[in-house]
Design a protein around this ligand. Structure first.
Ligand code: ATP
Ligand code: MG
Length: 413
């Protein structure tokens, strides 16, 4: 679990706002859900035989003996919120949420125990138009942020009926090669053979590569849905590859699944993952409701943005006010408030705690401000102030205090 320190928090905020602005421009509204839910919610939605539920959840009993879990992902909570607040009765909702998620994983680069996701869910939409929209939205984000080293993989998992035929084929295949399976996969063979395809064990890759593929077992409607998605992506000029082994780690997906992956971050290459989960609401006790969404890992987005040469615009102060001499500090304080009133969006830092002219100028420089505003006793008496550029060799100017707001307004444009 990491502290996000001031040297990087600006980049975080920049990326989060860019992503937020884009999803809001597509008509998605924010929903905020609790960090804690009953453990049962995640067991039922994510599935018993998954990495998350088997070994990654932070679960504990509260004072009343109820089992609670720190959320490992947001979809289950958003769906639960939709159900408990009656948002799913003959309504459709395009929602986004963001915040920390918790998984007891082996910490390594790009994999943390508290990490952050930006999450989008479209509840009540059958697709494939909305599936395509969700992906096109991602493509816009990459373009806006100058992220180039990323590619899209898509697949379809069909519906439960076609998937159960596929499941049989998989069981037959994996049983035939059982001696080559690892412990996890042997256990999954009985309970959830699809998850074997999601194995992270490199020694299992060859066996997995040769397994039957879901696309050969798709029902007609799912095949048409997948075709529809592909046509919309083609029309939008979004490139993708069909990866028939993409199954995603969670149980609740149906039809469309996709993942944006990068080779820029070592083995933690999944930046944004999503898919359709038409059966989830019903599984949690609601009326059948189609739904689709994605989740983006913010730590990985931050790392990828940097790997692609991205830099967030600096958030330094515009001006740093230095005040030296009798009566100047109080005047500087009032002047700062006056500038904040008069100059739109100006960032003003006032020197705190006095100090010599030299030490104040050092602080001004360290603040990365564009200008130091220098108020000494003489200036104060003359009703003027020194405006010293800190990022260029231009001369210091003397400006009447009455004209300062207008002068800065023009200079900072
Ligand atoms: P992975 O295959 O890397 O374990 P996942 O399939 O478990 O990913 P999801 O549950 O789909 O991931 O979560 C969506 C996104 O959240 C991932 O694509 C990734 O960017 C990010 N993510 C998942 N787990 C972590 C983690 N422990 N630390 C940082 N980011 C994570
Ligand atoms: Mg994982």
């Amino acid at each position: 679990m990491n502290d996000i320190l001031p040297d990087v928090s600006g980049t975080w905020r920049y990326l989060e706002s860019a992503v937020r602005e884009i999803v809001q421009a597509y008509g998605y509204s924010e929903i905020r859900v609790p960090l804690l839910e009953y453990t049962e919610l995640f067991r039922r939605s994510i599935g018993e035989v998954t990495d998350i539920v088997e070994k990654e959840m932070y679960t504990f009993l509260d004072r009343n003996g109820e089992s609670l879990t720190l959320r490992p992902e947001a979809t289950a909570s958003v769906v639960r919120a939709g159900m408990t607040n009656g948002l799913l009765h003959n309504q459709r909702h395009k929602l986004w949420t963001a915040g920390p998620m918790f998984r007891y994983e082996k910490p390594q680069k790009g994999r943390y125990r508290q990490f952050h996701q930006f999450d989008v869910e479209a509840l009540g939409y059958e697709g494939p138009d909305v599936d395509a929209e969700l992906i096109i939205m991602n493509a816009r984000m990459w373009r806006r942020l100058g992220i180039s080293r990323i590619r899209l993989e898509i697949n379809s998992l069909g519906v439960p009926a076609s998937r159960s035929k596929y499941r049989e084929a998989l069981v037959e295949y994996f049983t035939g090669v059982k001696s080559q399976l690892d412990e996890d996969s042997i256990r999954r063979l009985e309970q959830n053979p699809l998850r074997i395809l999601d194995s992270k064990n490199p020694e299992m890759q060859a066996v997995v590569e040769a397994a039957p593929v879901m696309l050969d077992y798709l029902d007609d409607e799912s095949a048409a849905h997948f075709e529809g998605l592909r046509a919309l992506l083609d029309a939008a000029g979004v490139e993708y590859t069909v990866n028939p082994r993409l199954v995603r780690g969670l149980d609740y997906y149906s039809r469309t699944v996709f993942e944006w992956v990068t080779d820029a971050l070592g083995s933690q290459g999944a930046v944004c993952s999503g898919g359709r989960y038409d059966g989830l609401v019903e599984k949690l006790g609601g009326r059948p409701t189609p739904a689709v969404g994605w989740a983006m890992g913010i730590e990985r987005l931050v790392a990828l943005f940097a790997a692609c040469g991205g830099e967030a615009p600096p958030l330094a102060a515009d001006v740093y006010i230095a005040a030296v001499g009798d009566g100047t500090e109080r005047r500087a304080f009032a002047l700062a408030e006056e500038l904040r009133d008069k100059v739109a969006d100006i960032r003003v830092e006032v020197n705190m705690g006095g100090g010599s002219f030299k030490s104040q100028m050092k602080r001004a420089d360290k603040s990365n401000a564009e200008y130091a505003l220098i108020l000494g006793e003489q200036e104060l008496a003359a009703g003027r102030i020194g405006v010293k550029p800190l990022r260029s060799d231009d001369e210091q100017a003397s400006v009447a205090l009455d004209d300062l707001a207008a002068t800065l307004e023009a200079k900072l444009k």
